[in-house]
Design a protein around this ligand. Structure first.
Ligand SMILES: Cc1cc2nc3c(=O)[nH]c(=O)nc-3n(C[C@H](O)[C@H](O)[C@H](O)COP(=O)(O)OP(=O)(O)OC[C@H]3O[C@@H](n4cnc5c(N)ncnc54)[C@H](O)[C@@H]3O)c2cc1C
Length: 557
């Protein structure tokens, strides 16, 4: 039986991104994909939001996507366009690029990283035990993995076999989407009527002055809302024709379809993203209406959150409890996407009263503060993982600052290309010594002159140092002391390699804090006091026989 450290089921956008992340970390990873090549039939995602572009920039591959797509202001909510051009990011826009191209480019990257893909094979089941997972393929072969990740889409066999519940809401509306030839030219663009929203477009387009301009020739892309929710079966040309006639009174002589599919507003989310050695990511973990264009974006970002954690667990630098932070961080992000898409679909209903709510919402989103907040949310730039109280940067995306280092001028994102954590010291070189983690964490002494500004949050105090996770989120913020640093390093990047080293050259005794932490934890374990590491600051309450009452409350901003 062939063995791999990680087997990913599904080589769509999520599976490809995850494979790339694991390969960068040196993990033996393989993908099982039922498609014989990377081609996808029909339209799916139409582009990438700003945070996904940043994530790709963190790996040094964003230019591959930018060079093929159309940059524009694509973020929106319930049809209200939200401009993000004022946001402090290099990617203060979205990118129009069809999913077929996104997958092709991601596939090329994964290929360069030499990830094996078992194509034309379907995973039919699996069984997990204490040390791994036996994965059954439909051709009778089997694979053995330490961990199995289901990136196998909304109908995920992995999720079903694991028995993970998928609670949510059944569809209230459905639409057909197709690529066809026509004999009579329909009016291009988006149309609304009592049945819902419909659209005609071309495969090839450009964005000029913020407007989509379709290019001449090529097949037609059709989207038509059905009068009643369609069945779960594959739609036919006849179904498409009938739906068009119901809306326009003609089917425009559609013929020669290259794809016809149906999508709905079914909204569901996996109850848990992990069952021991089995994890879920992307559509396998969450499905919702395409409104707002978030499915692929959320899946790619799931992958970037999970990849480095799984790599560390496989390489034994972290215990498997690190994997629970994947669910803790990503489940709320997708839950918010689900809420927004449901709200968006409800606001699009062709009903005068709903239109009144839509107009009210539109008015609200015209106001500066709501617009900024929603724009940050819909572009993914406001994602905030709950890593406790502290500096506003904690748990948020690290801005791509222009740094001055001993190696010359460097962007923060360049430091993340290898998907390795970064300890960015912005104070005097040598202030911090993290020698026990030197095998895992890059230490960079740098100078940054400029403001620290976060999308929608605004300006924040300049930190003395930051610990940046491989996914680009800030795990610790230093205010000039090393308080909490050991705790953050241990939580995110495993136990120190050696407790003997770690005395900083400038008097910061990192190992002393390790001892303090252990002592606090020991006392807490004995039930005398409550100890909650929060960005390295301890909230201690109670009385310990040999200690006075201690009460230290972390600073909250
Ligand atoms: C009409 C439409 C428009 C959309 N627009 C947008 C948009 O603008 N922006 C956006 O972000 N998202 C959009 N989406 C959503 C987006 O397409 C999905 O969220 C995205 O494809 C999810 O990626 P994934 O890799 O998680 O799953 P998938 O893309 O579904 O990939 C799953 C892969 O697993 C393979 N597979 C499945 N089962 C097995 C098995 N048992 N064994 C082996 N292989 C298997 C499949 O062949 C497939 O390659 C849209 C979707 C639709 C339908």
């Amino acid at each position: 039986m062939t063995k791999h450290a990680v087997v990913i089921v599904g080589g769509g956008p999520t599976g490809l991104m995850l494979a790339g992340e694991l390969a960068l970390a040196g993990v033996d990873v393989a993908i099982v994909e039922r498609r014989v090549n990377q081609d996808i039939s029909g339209a799916r995602a139409g582009g990438l939001h700003a945070r996904t572009l940043e994530v790709l920039d963190q790996r040094g591959i964003v230019d591959r996507f930018l060079s093929e797509g159309q940059v524009g202001q694509v973020a929106g909510f319930a049809g209200v366009r939200l401009d993000i051009s004022e946001f402090p990011t290099r990617h203060n826009y979205g990118l129009g690029l069809w999913q077929s191209h996104i997958e092709r480019i991601l596939g090329g990257w994964v290929n360069e990283l030499a990830v094996p893909i078992y194509r034309g094979r379907e995973v039919s089941g699996f069984a997990q035990d204490d040390t791994g997972v036996d994965v059954d393929l439909s051709n009778g072969e089997s694979l053995r993995a330490e961990y199995l990740v289901g990136c196998d889409g909304g109908r995920s066999v992995v999720r079903k076999t694991a028995g993970i519940e998928f609670p949510g809401w059944d569809p209230t509306t459905s639409a057909l989407i197709a690529e066809v030839e026509v004999t009579d030219a329909p009016k291009l663009g988006i149309h609304h009527d009592a049945i819902g929203t419909h659209a005609f477009g071309k495969l090839k387009y450009e964005i000029r002055n913020g407007e989509v301009v379709f290019l001449d020739g090529g097949p037609m892309r059709v989207m038509v809302t059905e009068r009643h929710v369609g069945p779960a079966t594959e739609p036919t040309l006849r179904d498409l024709s009938e739906a068009l006639v119901a809306v326009y009174g003609t089917d425009y002589g559609i013929h020669s379809p290259t794809s016809i599919s149906r999508f709905t507003d079914t909204t569901r989310q996996a109850a848990t993203y992990r069952d021991r050695r089995v994890l879920l990511a992307g559509d396998a973990a969450h499905v919702h209406a395409p409104d707002g264009g978030h499915g692929l974006n959320t899946g790619v970002q799931d992958a970037v959150n999970l990849g480095w954690k799984l790599a560390q667990v496989v390489r034994r630098t972290s215990t498997d409890s690190l994997l629970d932070t994947y669910h803790a961080e990503r489940h709320p992000v997708a839950a918010r996407v689900l809420r927004n898409t449901m709200a968006s679909i409800a606001l699009r209903r062709p009903d005068e009263r709903i239109k009144a709510v839509r107009d009210t919402m539109s008015e609200l989103l015209g106001m500066d503060e709501p617009r900024r907040r929603f724009a940050a949310m819909m572009s993914g730039l406001d994602i905030h993982y709950d890593l406790g109280k502290g500096h506003p940067l904690l748990g948020r995306r690290m801005p791509d600052l222009d740094l001055l280092t001993a190696r010359g001028a460097l962007r923060v994102f360049t430091l993340l290309h290898g998907a390795r954590p970064v300890f960015l010291n912005l104070s005097k070189p040598g202030t911090f010594d993290i020698a026990p983690w030197a095998d895992r964490v890059q230490v960079v002494d740098a100078t940054y002159i400029g403001a620290w500004e976060l999308p929608a949050t605004g300006f924040v105090a300049a930190p003395a140092a930051v610990l940046i996770r491989p996914d680009g989120y800030v795990a610790w913020v230093g205010d000039g002391t090393h308080l909490g640093l050991v705790d953050a390093l241990t939580t995110w990047f495993g136990a120190p390699a050696s407790r003997k080293s770690g005395v900083a050259s400038h008097g910061t005794d990192v190992s002393a804090e390790t001892r303090t932490t252990s002592r606090m934890q020991l006392i807490a374990a004995n039930g005398h006091i409550r100890s909650e590491p929060r960005n390295g600051l301890f909230l201690l309450e109670g009385r310990v026989s040999s200690c006075p009452v201690i009460r230290t409350v972390s600073s909250d901003t």
